[in-house]
Write a protein that binds this ligand. Structure first.
Ligand code: DGY
Length: 324
């Protein structure tokens, strides 16, 4: 008899086809997500679970899973899963890195450009019939080229953003808990700086850190106050990396000039002030949402699941200590 796997939400069909060659698949073909009790009930008798961002797999819930050996998560960030607790329960956790790096970096840059050049505002201005004539400072925004970009988090996505910045002749500063390899610093002409210097000198600040207890509210009122009044902040990482009410206040008071935001503290809720502000470009957590990339993410999660089902080490295991 084939082992059983639970897929908690809709994925690209190719991933289900692959899984079905190796397992009995209980597929929840819906975007709603399972309530916790339902997820627990359906996990019963399953060897693995294919999860998504909205499945909150807390220590308490993981401890109740019986017989679950792996969670194949569709996404690079896995802050919705208590990985330490999963390890204690002997559950492997995998994610889907690399395949979404460039797509997410593209969106970060799109938001940066949109906020700097007031693209959303311009679109609205034109569609709403306000365009009467060309004028010298109509919707004049901020230059991006030759400006300074400060990147928090110089992992794969941070590097991909820095690579794009080179095409705009930008100076790139970065801060991280670890220095990037020397070869990367040289190739991308990166300058490692302390957090305060990054905040003070950057025209654009882009966030590419994972959400952990030490990055929660990495940017709050104090940090925003250290930025240039002309600065623009971009977040495509996780919402809670920014204190959202503090950002809303800073943007309305002109402490900084603008923002490009793809992620929010309590998705799908967005701070009401942000929804009103013209100097903010907003997107509904679509960083990795190109058709090709989302398909690749689903396939990679399925491949991780198949490896686990076959007793092989999954290629993207995030808690290898679970095997020791
Ligand atoms: C990721 O991969 O972490 C994206 O934010 C989608 O979850």
């Amino acid at each position: 008899m084939k082992p059983a796997v639970l897929v908690t939400k809709r994925v690209f069909p190719e991933a289900i086809e692959l899984l079905r060659r190796h397992a009995e698949v209980e597929y929840i073909d819906s975007d709603d997500g399972l309530p916790p009790e339902e997820l627990l009930r359906r996990s019963c008798g399953k060897q693995g679970i294919v999860s998504q961002l909205t499945d909150k797999l807390t220590a308490e819930r993981l401890a109740q899973f019986q017989g679950v050996r792996f969670i194949a998560h569709v996404g690079v960030g896995y802050d919705n899963i208590d990985v330490a607790a999963a390890t204690r329960c002997g559950i492997m956790v995998t994610n889907t890195p690399d395949v979404l790096t460039d797509t997410t970096a593209d969106l970060a840059f799109a938001l940066l450009l949109a906020a700097a050049r007031r693209i959303v505002e311009a679109d609205h201005f034109l569609r709403s019939g306000q365009w009467r004539r060309w004028s010298i400072d109509l919707l004049a925004g901020h230059d991006v080229h030759h400006k300074t970009l400060g990147i928090f988090g110089m992992g794969r996505i941070g590097q991909a953003v820095a690579r794009r910045a080179r095409g705009f002749s930008m100076r790139v500063l970065y801060n991280d808990t670890r220095r990037a390899p020397e070869a990367i610093e040289r190739e991308l002409e990166l300058e490692f700086v302390e957090k305060d210097r990054l905040l003070a000198e950057s025209d654009f600040v882009s966030l590419h850190v994972p959400l952990t207890e030490s990055t929660r509210h990495l940017i709050g009122a104090a940090e925003l106050a250290k930025m240039k009044p002309s600065a623009i902040i971009v977040n495509t990482s996780r919402g809670p990396v920014i204190d959202e009410p503090a950002l809303a206040e800073a943007l309305s008071k002109g402490v900084i000039a603008g923002a490009g935001l793809d992620v929010f503290e309590e998705e799908p809720k967005v701070h009401p002030v942000l929804l009103e502000l013209k100097n903010v470009a907003l997107a509904p957590h679509i960083g990795s949402a190109s058709i090709d990339t989302r398909r690749k993410m689903c396939m990679l999660a399925a491949e991780n699941a198949v490896a686990a089902l076959e007793g092989r080490r999954p290629p993207n295991l995030v808690n290898p200590e679970v095997l020791s």
